[in-house]
Design a binder for this molecule. Structure first.
Ligand code: HDD
Length: 711
């Protein structure tokens, strides 16, 4: 990214760019009603009106006869207000209901015009506006952010040739191979129909029943049981297009492509016990983190990488490139980075933008095309359909967040909530009203052209033989994980299967896992107190000769520094003022935020007599909310602090969640009270240079030496 286009990071909140209304365009284009002004925000001194624009004289009291009623039906203002309120909710997304969005910009850094004619990849420095929505899959709209779940990573690119939606996840494979199974998958993971629970959890019988009967899900469930499914921040996740797509160049030549988003901030997750506690302490943890980062000018960025390959590679590959339960290992096809996305603006209104944004996998632009992946083909049908259900009209493309930023010219007319005012007589093509061109008309040269694929064969309901190997890549994923990651996968399965009531279902999962790795299955069985069942019979021979693929481990994506992370600084009255200041300034200089936590929300009096305000009282600011902690209690007040259950949890949790801890000499009573013994993950701090050492240590993110292995 060139310096003039990189949004500058600044400590203070950036000025908000004014909201944009799509530019009015030419003949046949969409123009908007409402005086051309769709964005409304009341200005100072403006008189309140009804939706019809009638000025209101009183918005506190309904219209009554006399002082004590009755209330009159004639009160059109009240009726309109309550009528509108009654209709405020729209159906939440059937999956990915809980999400958070932000605006951004994509910049091409390595153009590939020879590979694709997509304009956004044509020139170095070319910028394209984007809107991103991150989400969890299973939970309802109000569910907690840190559920163990796959995260949606959907990006809308407003290109010069229309909108392209890359609707991906933070995991590169999927549970099922054919879209016809999607309703079953989703039914199984959502609340059980007879009970109405559990919410936002896969840890229940129906989910494990389904996936144990669908061995193709094994690879994805390994990812899902890993810490990938409990990211620390939406800013610290990778994203994947999952399917194999096609790039198409101006000559019609096509290249297969897999899309990868890699966070510049590094990849980071939490541990399960921490996730459980974060959900209670701050169910909005992820959305708040993204909002805070963007508002403070610490704009998150992702590199867009592509794996490019041709038919020759596809034929030589051990797996089918159309099978969405498989990755193409980076050792076989390296990733080429072609651009960077920066999220630099929060939404003005969550409903208007994040809720109403409508992603469709079918939204492609010239230069990007589909493959025959049966999951992708089914998705192309589903997304358009779901938007109609959710948004209530085929005109959802006119909602500002969905409207293309380029000219629109077509003869689609009418329908519910038509916002465009189409002028002129002709609403068909060809017509002679528009002059010699009879337009607007399709153009064989400029227009979107599907790759000329040769297709033949009998019509059959069939699963290709080349999709039959469900375990080899699951095994490769497993052997590519670090020892700690493997332990967390074991813990994930043990927890989830522990919530499964049916012994048969548990056994079936274990029987499948034996085909991945005997030790993995045996350790989980031991954790559950079960005997190992006989291994299930794989549909294809399991390859045990695949080498580990290091890029499948999160350890390959550690950040370069601790920047963008947050330290929880626990203080109490009499805390060393110089040390507190040193921690704050040194950390801030390194791009690390410091959040002050004290016994009282009002803050604590430091050793120099100044009052330092706290962001949180201890009960509201547990250490799970921070990436590392610093303990700087006052000598006189620490004994009292050490009796506080929340203060003890603060220290205990930081230790148990493998966090790095900076501590002043005065913190000893906290260790005595909790039994925590400082290890090499603890750094004693007395001066600014110690703080620098601490921050350098923190770049490793967690002190994994504390892990207890059961494997
Ligand atoms: Fe899907 C939403 C990602 C398979 C049907 N999906 C949705 C969203 C994401 C994904 C990120 C949320 C978009 C947003 O933020 O608005 N879905 C995926 C990925 C898949 C996948 C990566 C596999 C590779 N999905 C999939 C299948 C089907 C659907 C096979 C149906 C056949 N997905 C939907 C949907 C949703 C949706 C029902 C619900 C809300 C929406 O579309 O807008 O149509």
């Amino acid at each position: 990214m060139t310096s003039e286009t990189t949004p500058k990071k600044s400590a203070k909140a950036p000025e908000r760019a004014p909201s944009k209304t799509p530019e009015p365009t030419e003949v046949g284009d969409v123009s908007y009603g409402n005086g051309g002004e769709l964005h409304q925000s009341p200005s100072e001194g403006q008189v309140m009106t009804t939706a019809q624009g009638v000025p209101m004289s009183d918005d506190q009291n309904s219209l009554k006869v006399g002082d004590r009623g009755p209330t009159l039906l004639e009160d059109f203002a009240m009726r309109e207000k309550i009528f509108h309120f009654d209709h405020e909710r729209i159906p939440e997304r059937v999956v990915h209901a809980r999400g958070y969005g932000a605006h951004g910009v994509f910049e091409c850094t390595d153009p590939i015009p020879e590979i694709t004619q997509a304009g956004l990849f044509a020139e170095k420095g070319k910028q394209t506006e984007t809107f991103v929505r991150f989400s969890t899959v299973a939970g309802n709209l109000g569910s907690p952010d840190l559920a163990r779940d796959v995260r949606g990573f959907a990006v809308k690119f407003y290109t010069d040739e229309g909108n392209w939606d890359l609707v991906g996840n933070n995991i590169p494979v999927f549970f099922i191979q054919d879209a016809i199974k999607f309703p079953d998958l989703v039914h199984s993971v959502k609340e059980e129909q007879d009970k109405g629970w559990p919410q936002a959890q896969s840890a229940h019988d129906t989910f494990w029943d389904f996936v144990s009967l669908m061995p193709e899900a094994t690879h994805m469930t390994l990812w899902q049981m890993s810490d990938r499914a409990i990211p620390r921040s939406l800013r610290f996740m990778q994203g994947f297009g999952v399917h194999t797509f096609r790039f198409v160049n101006a000559e019609g030549g096509s290249t297969y492509v897999k899309f990868h988003w890699t966070p510049v901030q590094g990849v980071q997750s939490v541990v399960w016990n921490e996730a459980v506690k974060i959900n209670g302490a701050d169910p909005d943890f992820h959305r708040r983190d993204l909002w805070d980062a963007i508002q403070s000018g610490d704009f998150p960025q992702w590199d867009l990488g592509v794996q490019l390959f041709d038919d020759e590679f596809a034929d030589s590959f051990d797996f089918d490139i159309l099978d969405p339960t498989k990755v193409v290992p980076e050792e076989l096809v390296p990733i080429r980075t072609i651009g960077r996305m920066t999220l630099n603006r929060v939404v003005d209104n969550v409903f208007d933008e994040t809720e109403q944004v409508a992603f469709c996998t079918g939204n492609v632009v010239p230069g990007i095309d589909f493959t025959n992946d049966p999951l992708l083909q089914g998705r192309n049908f589903s997304y358009l359909d779901t938007q109609l259900k959710r948004l209530g009209s085929t005109n959802f493309t006119q909602i500002p967040v969905n409207a293309p930023r380029c000219p629109v010219a077509h003869f689609q007319r009418d329908g519910h909530m038509q916002m465009a005012q189409h002028s002129g007589t002709a609403n068909y093509e060809p017509n002679s009203y528009a002059g010699a061109n009879r337009g607007p008309r399709a153009d064989a040269e400029q227009g979107y052209r599907t790759v000329a694929r040769e297709e033949a064969g009998p019509t059959r309901r069939v699963r290709a033989e080349s999709f039959a190997d469900h375990y080899s890549q699951a095994r490769q994923f497993w052997i590519s994980q670090s020892e700690v990651e493997q332990q967390h996968i074991i813990d994930g399965y043990t927890f989830e299967l522990g919530k499964v009531v049916s012994p048969d279902i548990r056994s079936r999962v274990l029987a499948n896992l034996r085909n991945v790795d005997e030790q993995l299955a045996a350790t989980i069985a031991d954790g559950l107190g079960l005997d190992l069942p006989k291994a299930s019979k794989p549909a294809a021979k399991v390859r045990t000769d695949l080498d580990p693929s290091p890029k499948l481990s999160m350890t390959a994506y550690l950040p370069e520094s601790f920047a963008g992370r947050k330290i929880g600084l626990l203080i109490s009255d009499g805390a060393d003022a110089k040390l507190v200041k040193a921690i704050q300034t040194t950390a801030n200089k390194a791009g690390v935020l410091v959040s002050v936590v004290a016994p009282k929300a009002g803050g604590a009096k430091l050793s120099d007599g100044t009052l330092l305000e706290a962001e949180d009282a201890i009960a509201g600011g547990p250490s799970v909310l921070f990436d590392a902690v610093a303990l700087v209690p006052g000598e006189e007040s620490v004994a009292q602090l050490a009796k506080h259950p929340a203060a003890k949890d603060f220290v205990n949790d930081a230790f148990n969640h493998f966090k790095f801890v900076a501590y002043a000499e005065s913190a000893q009573p906290l260790f005595d009270a909790t039994g925590v013994e400082p290890d090499d993950g603890f750094v004693k701090v007395g001066a600014a240079k110690d703080v620098t050492t601490f921050l350098e240590t923190c770049a490793a993110l967690r002190f994994w030496d504390r892990e207890v292995f059961t494997g």
